[in-house]
Design a protein around this ligand. Sequence first.
Ligand code: LLP
Length: 421
Amino acid sequence: MDHFLYRDGVLCAEDVPLAEIAAKVGTPFYCYSTATLTRHHALFEEALSGLDHMICFAMKSASNQAILKVLANLGAGMDVVSGGEYARARAAGVPGDRIVFSGVGKTEGEMRMALDGGIRQFNVESEPEMAVLSRVASEMGQIAPITIRVNPDVDARTHEKISTGKKEDKFGIPITRAREVYAAASSLPGLKVIGIDVHIGSQLTDLEPFEQAYLKVAELTETLRADGHEISRLDLGGGLGIPYARSNEAPPLPLDYGALIKRTVGHLGCEIEIEPGRLISGNAGIMVARVIYVKSGEDRQFLIIDGAMNDLIRPAMYGAYHDIVPVVEPAPGQPQARYDIVGPVCESGDTFAKSRDMPPVQAGDLVVFRSAGAYGAVMSSEYNTRPLIPEVLVREDQFAVIRRRPTYEEMIARDTVPAWL
Ligand code: LLP
């Protein structure tokens, strides 16, 4: 459930009509709902109640300072994957002991930054990384708390580009080698092994792969404990999917996911961490764009809008589906029109949907891309020298611009022309 609903015939974000925001900030823009972010966080809290747990928001999905603050104020931790994300989390007021550092290629600089500023744990992904982290921590007179990310060789049954738990994927260490890698880690002076980490992929619409992975983690916990390791924390990653096509998708609920966690690893007495991104931010955000032209092709109608692949790349990159709806509520029983919905960027890949049936719209009308709060703004670029689009946060009847649109001058001023030119 989200808080983008038609009221009196117009689509609103909580209590604010979207047309009002569009008039103030221009289009296209991203808009987030505080109530939806809060609700989604609460769903995970409820799902894990009774377990010693921490929800570490995967801020790669949405990393605006204001969004991080909403979640941090609710007690969320953060899952970061770069020095930049670490800096953002700290700038939003998240204490170091609520930040976990994931990622397959952490640099020495990033390790130093996190050790210096404070970190809950590093989720280490390889033996070379272990060696570097141990050396860096020792040089700093510290001992780095770590989990080791295991690759359980489980098929997450999701899009190939966001599947991460198969043996051919670059992530983690093979679970079959876990005993020797844990033995090696515990012999390193700068590390303290505290647990196991796993993350098998994103947009999972079935609980079965989670179950397979978590059962393997449970078994590994017992094995490693028998080997003498302290395993007191399990980081179970993120990945729970969301409904993108509301009419016909019903992915598992956080409550069922929580029950699965309790069933598979609840008996081990470990502290449980999860790293959800999309389920918290995805349906808490939309992208609003304006129709520039309706153009008749030989055998189809093109809806040319002012948002483009640089603003929301998911359809071009993954063939992802987003519901696209008009801001003015269609009259009941209104016949549908069929459009190819495209942006102005100069490549055919700049297509959001082909042969999409939706209520008829005209040049000047506003349309909304639903479920764009995760991996939307964070993956945008300035391709075609199109400015990064603004982000707006709504709370009840108030809204605020949380990232403004840069001017062309600001964009150009970031370049430097050498003196010899
Ligand atoms: N933890 C780790 C280690 C991850 O790699 C990810 C996502 C998450 C947590 C959060 O997963 P979530 O709960 O959001 O599914 N750009 C793609 C998604 C990439 C996901 C990468 N890793 C998309 O737009 O679908």
